[in-house]
Design a protein around this ligand. Structure first.
Ligand SMILES: O=C(O)c1ccc(O)c(O)c1
Ligand SMILES: [Mg+2]
Length: 630
């Protein structure tokens, strides 16, 4: 078919990022945005002022990087002022138009005034914005007016639209910023009634729900879409539904991102936009509906978890697994890796760890999920910019696709037992040992990974988007060595669960807790019976303080026999409106890993977070008893 006859390929909305999102100087920011694949940038005025490059040079550098400059921002405190202030403001604007001319950018963001000079007069604001837009139009430019959530008189999108409508100038339109709209609880549905041609620019930001001053919230806690609590899918649906056809541009002020490696933050940002575009429902315009990401295949549980140990910790881990009723069923054909199994719970013990001066390393280094289509899972991961790990398999071994999560954990996509390249079990030579009766463990319930402080939000979005999981509620609790935040992600059938946690503040010097602990939780149908069986086999179970059981009794008045059994076995308890949770832990095995056993009764879907401080205190007591330094 001749090219001219082909239906036009619908253009996807372009992607953009404000330079203020990223750490470094303008040079670092632009390089990072381009490397992550953004189409354009918003140049933040202070970033340009501090840059050694002239605006013309910035324009050239952007062009060389393949980036367009979509917005110059912000121009502050312009409207509704006395005549002398207006004169000064117009002069200031003309000088910025000079800069924009050299940059080759045509849209300037004017945010609503916070100035003590401003008065509460919409007609005056409209008249002065009209004057500004006329000056802009003379230079082939336009003004996008944004209501800051803390604007002195104008702080809702409805109010900014009302003024723009009154001003009635073709070079004056709106900039919508999801943070300002959603932080104030405004209903974004009204955006649909604004003509798309008047929506000059769109800035996207998420944020955690917080009850605090909106300016502080905005300047310190914004997040990339999907990392917070805002419903950006609905918001964006309304904006696109109104006919907006400009870029989807991220504007995120965040204390952690401001000091993170900008290349890494830009990839995180791009992943958030790709994942957001995927969530747009069939109501969205046709060009957005076309799938750009391979859909996430169904997951059927954890295939295996890989633990890396060294010479000092290896035998400790093996003894613990044996005493927990696991059987050492396989040995890898070419690598120093053992397979331990009970039910469908499979642990690979990889002896290639190197403790160096600190022997006793234990670390969760791999996480494998059962995917209905491992190849598609890998393609999706790649499309979401997950770093692919080199495949180091021998010719007769499974060719497992793997990507690296932000904390370095390898994520594998498998089809265990299938006649498929993604079946990995055949890589293990059967040990020929009879599988014992076990202790009642049926599967891996969840894997809990403490994240490095700087990567928590990135990791949650990574696991969620790459694996197609859903975020569960965010919990925070006071632990002995600081506040801990925890968020789990899971599939709709709750067969794959990954619990991520992080210290709420970067750890200080007084840091006696285990550094970034990790644990693997196994499921049982009867925690008490399993605990007794493990005890009998000599498993290193964690003892829990008697105070805990006195408090449980006081709070919940549990059946005395059950309480006595829990006290005897070190089993902890939680319940909610859906069901009950009984769980217990092992001691720490090596540097940072321990095991947990959980029994879910009814529809309990949590992780017993209320009991985490008890567990941490018990681990600490044990380490002190063994002579660890504080
Ligand atoms: O925090 C601010 O001042 C600020 C500036 C420009 C914006 O677009 C914005 O949303 C906030
Ligand atoms: Mg904004």
């Amino acid at each position: 078919m001749p090219v001219a006859d082909q239906p036009p390929k619908p253009a996807r909305p372009r992607t953009g990022i404000a330079t203020v999102c990223l750490s470094g100087t303008l040079e670092d920011k632009l390089a990072a945005a381009a490397a992550a694949g953004f189409d354009g940038v918003e140049i933040f005025d202070p970033d340009l002022i501090a840059a050694p490059w002239s605006p013309a040079r910035v324009r050239q550098e952007c062009a060389d990087l393949g980036l367009t400059i979509d917005l110059y921002q912000p121009f502050r405190d312009f409207e509704a002022v006395p005549p002398d202030v207006l004169r000064a403001n117009l002069r200031r604007a003309e000088r910025k138009f000079d800069v924009m001319e050299q940059l080759g950018v045509t849209t300037m963001l004017v945010c609503s005034s916070v100035s003590p000079d401003a008065v509460d007069d919409d007609d005056l604001a409209a008249e002065q914005l009209h004057a500004l837009a006329s000056r802009a139009a003379e230079r082939g430019m336009r003004i996008a007016y944004e209501a800051l959530a803390w604007g002195r008189f104008v702080n809702t999108y409805q109010h900014s639209w009302d003024i723009v409508r009154r001003a009635d100038h073709p070079a004056l339109g709106l900039c919508l910023d999801s943070f300002h709209v959603l932080s104030r609880g405004s209903d974004p549905a009204g955006i649909r009634d604004i003509p798309g041609s008047k929506l000059f620019f769109l800035q996207l930001a998420d944020a955690p729900r917080m009850d605090m001053d909106v300016l502080q919230w905005s300047r310190h806690h914004r997040l990339f879409p999907g990392q917070g609590a805002f419903d950006l899918t609905t918001f964006l649906d309304h904006v696109l539904g109104a006919g907006y056809d400009g870029p989807l541009s991220l504007e995120v002020f965040n204390d952690v991102f401001r000091q993170a490696d900008p290349r890494r933050a830009a990839v995180d940002a791009m992943r958030s936009l790709l994942a957001l575009r995927e969530t747009l429902g069939p109501a969205g315009p046709a060009q957005v509906r076309e799938p750009e990401l391979p859909s996430p295949p169904d997951l059927a549980g954890h295939a295996f978890v890989e633990l890396t140990v060294d010479e000092a910790s290896g035998s400790q881990v093996e003894r613990a697994l044996a005493a927990m009723g696991f059987a050492h069923t396989g040995q890898h054909r070419s690598r120093p890796v053992q397979l331990w199994q009970q039910g469908t719970a499979r642990i690979l013990v990889n002896a290639s760890g190197r403790g160096g001066d600190n022997p006793g390393v234990t670390e969760v280094t791999g996480l494998a999920v059962e995917s209905a289509d491992p190849a598609r899972s890998a393609r999706r991961a790649e499309a979401l910019l997950a770093p692919e790990l080199p495949r180091t398999h021998a010719a007769n071994e499974a060719d497992l696709a793997a990507v690296a999560a932000p904390d370095g954990t390898a994520v594998f996509f498998c089809r265990t037992g299938a006649d498929d390249p993604a079946s990995w079990l055949a890589d293990f030579i059967a040990m020929g040992v009879p599988r014992g009766a076990g202790t009642g463990l049926t599967a891996v319930d969840h894997v809990a990974l403490t994240q490095p402080f700087d990567y928590f939000d990135e990791a949650a979005l990574f696991y969620r988007s790459v694996l197609g999981l859903h975020p569960e509620t965010l919990t925070e609790f006071a632990a002995p060595f600081g506040l801990v935040r925890s968020r789990a992600v899971t599939d709709t059938k709750r067969q794959v669960r990954i619990a991520l946690s992080v210290a709420l503040l970067r750890r200080g010097e007084w840091a006696p807790g285990v550094r970034d602990p990790q644990h693997i939780a196994f499921a049982t149908d009867d925690a008490i019976t399993t605990a007794r069986a493990m005890r009998a086999l000599g498993a290193p179970l964690l003892e829990i303080s008697g105070n805990y059981y006195d408090d449980l009794d006081a709070r919940l008045a549990l059946d005395p026999d059950l309480l006595a059994a829990m006290r005897e076995c070190g089993v902890l308890y939680d319940r909610d409106e859906n069901g009950e949770f009984l769980h217990f832990y092992t001691e720490l095995l090596g540097s940072r890993v321990f095991f947990e056993v959980v029994q879910r009764v009814g529809g309990y879907a949590g992780y017993g977070a209320v009991n985490a401080p008890i567990r941490m205190a018990a681990h600490r007591r044990l380490r002190l008893a063994r002579g660890a330094q504080p």
